[in-house]
Design a protein around this ligand. Structure first.
Ligand code: ZN
Length: 111
């Protein structure tokens, strides 16, 4: 036996909805069988199966940009082309900006 969560009416274990008030019974096995969801659950893994992109290139590009701006600049360009994740793309752009800034700083120091 189980009890209706809505009105407290005593119900059989196999009841799908309350005999008294008609409220659906969440404990019912009939409602929890995921037959309808299965096709979607089987398709879903293909969609988010993409591995998260490694941000290593973008991080290295930013670090190198401080020391060897031209290399950081090139790595940043490669990153913006290669990366699809907006976070990694943004970091690549940061690497390009940093390398340009460092480049200008180096020139300014030389002059
Ligand atoms: Zn009820």
């Amino acid at each position: 036996m189980k009890t209706c969560q809505n009105c407290g009416y005593q119900l059989d274990d196999y009841a799908v909805s309350c005999y008294n008030c008609g409220a659906p019974c969440p404990n019912s096995n009939y409602q929890q069988t995921p037959y309808q969801n299965n096709p979607y659950q089987q398709q879903n893994p293909y969609v988010p199966a993409e591995k998260p992109e490694s941000p290593v290139l973008a991080i290295i590009a930013i670090i190198i940009a401080f020391f060897i701006p031209i290399v950081g600049f090139v790595c940043g360009i490669i990153g913006t082309v290669k990366y699809k994740a907006s976070k990694n793309k943004t970091m690549s752009i940061i690497a390009i900006v940093v390398s340009i800034v460092m480049w200008l700083v180096n020139i300014a120091l030389l002059v």
